[in-house]
Write a protein that binds this ligand. Structure first.
Ligand code: HSE
Length: 317
C-alpha cells in the first residue's frame, strides 16, 4: 500500500428538499440542520462491502450491502474502479426514515464520499454522483438525482440528464430561507411514486415548464415577485397531497403568513416553504399549528438554502 493512503474515513452528507415543488426529480436543495454520517474502513477482502452497524434515528435498515443504499453505492464504486480492497461500513442516521428529507440519498452520498477518500486517486464528484444514484435506486425503486446532487454538491442544484448527468448550482436570492416541517408520520417513497399518473395533460406540462423556467429565472435575477408567481407545482402536488393529513391547511398557513411558495418536500410527508428571513419564524409556527390541528406533532427548522455539500468530517479530509 502506498504511503498516505487512508485506512478509514468518515463523511457527513446533509438532508435535502427534493423537487422544490416545481422541479420533480431534477431540482433539490440542502437542509443543513440534519444529515447522515458514514464511516468506511478498509479491509483485505477485495470488493467485499459489509454493513457493520446502523445507529441513530433509524436502525431497522437492511444490513445486506446490495439492499442498503450506502452499501449499494459503495459496491457500484468498488466494481467500477475494480478496487483491490474491501470496505466495512458504519452508518449513523440523522434523517428520519420516510420523511421526504432525502435520507437514503444522504447515506449513499456520505458513503461514496468516505469510500472515495480511501482510493489512491480520489474520483471527481460527477463520478461519485453516479455511484450514489445506484444506491438511492435501492430505496426508492428508481434512479433520480434531486436529493443526491444537492447532498453531494451543496445548495440549490439542478441536474439535467440521467446517464450523463450535468449539475448546476443555482444562486438563491439573498435573505431567502427554507422553513421545513416534518410531521411525525412515515411515507414510503415507493408508494408516493407508485400513485403518480403516467400520462399528464399537455396544458399542465406547459404550465409546469413555465413555472420551472420562471423560478430559475427568478433565482438568477433576484425577482421575488416572479418567484412567488412561479412557485406552484401543478403536476405532482395535486396527486400526492391526499397522502399528507392537513396538507392544504399547512400550505394555506404558510402562504397567508408571507411564504414565497410552499409544497411537499420530496415524496413527503415533510412540507417546506421558502420565505424572506423576517417571515420565516411566523410561517414555521403557523405550519406547525396547522399540523397539530390534524393531530400531528412535528419537528421543524428554518434553514439556509445554500448550505455546504457532503464532506469528510474526521479531521483529515
Ligand atoms: N423526486 C423524488 C420524488 C424524491 O418526489 O419521488 C423522493 O426521493
Amino acid at each position: 500500500m502506498s504511503e498516505g493512503v487512508r485506512e478509514r474515513a468518515t463523511a457527513f452528507a446533509p438532508a435535502t428538499v427534493g423537487n422544490v415543488g416545481i422541479g420533480f426529480d431534477i431540482l433539490g436543495h440542502t437542509v443543513e440542520a440534519l444529515g447522515d454520517r458514514v464511516t468506511v474502513v478498509r479491509t483485505p477482502e477485495r470488493g467485499v462491502v459489509r454493513i457493520r452497524e446502523i445507529t441513530g434515528t433509524v436502525t431497522d435498515l437492511p444490513l445486506e450491502a446490495e439492499r442498503n443504499t450506502a452499501g449499494q453505492a459503495l459496491l457500484s464504486l468498488a466494481r467500477a474502479q475494480r478496487i483491490q480492497f474491501g470496505m466495512d461500513v458504519s452508518i449513523e442516521k440523522g434523517i428520519p426514515l420516510g420523511s421526504g428529507l432525502g435520507g437514503s440519498a444522504a447515506s449513499a452520498v456520505a458513503a461514496v464520499v468516505a469510500g472515495n477518500a480511501l482510493l489512491e486517486t480520489p474520483l471527481p464528484k460527477l463520478q461519485l454522483l453516479k455511484f450514489a444514484m445506484q444506491g438511492e435506486a435501492v430505496a426508492s425503486g428508481s434512479v433520480h438525482v434531486d436529493n443526491i446532487a444537492p447532498s453531494l454538491y451543496g445548495g440549490l442544484v439542478l441536474t439535467v440528464g440521467i446517464d450523463h448527468p450535468r449539475t448546476k448550482r443555482i444562486p438563491v436570492p439573498n435573505g431567502v430561507r427554507c422553513v421545513v416541517v416534518h410531521p411525525h408520520m412515515y411515507l414510503s417513497t415507493r408508494e408516493a411514486r407508485r400513485i403518480l399518473k403516467k400520462q399528464i395533460d399537455l396544458a399542465d406540462v406547459v404550465w409546469q415548464c413555465a413555472n420551472l423556467a420562471g423560478f430559475i429565472t427568478a433565482c438568477y435575477s433576484d425577482d421575488l415577485d416572479m418567484m412567488r408567481d412561479a412557485f406552484e407545482d401543478v403536476l405532482i402536488e395535486p396527486q400526492r397531497q391526499a397522502l399528507i393529513p392537513g396538507f392544504k391547511s399547512v400550505k394555506q398557513a404558510a402562504m397567508s403568513n408571507g411564504a414565497l411558495g410552499c409544497s411537499i418536500s420530496g415524496a413527503g410527508p415533510t412540507v417546506f416553504a421558502w420565505a424572506e428571513a423576517p417571515y420565516a419564524d411566523g410561517i414555521r409556527a403557523a405550519m406547525v399549528a396547522a399540523f397539530q390541528e390534524h393531530g400531528l406533532e412535528s419537528d421543524h427548522w428554518v434553514s439556509a438554502i445554500e448550505g455546504e455539500g457532503a464532506r469528510l468530517v474526521d479531521g483529515s479530509g
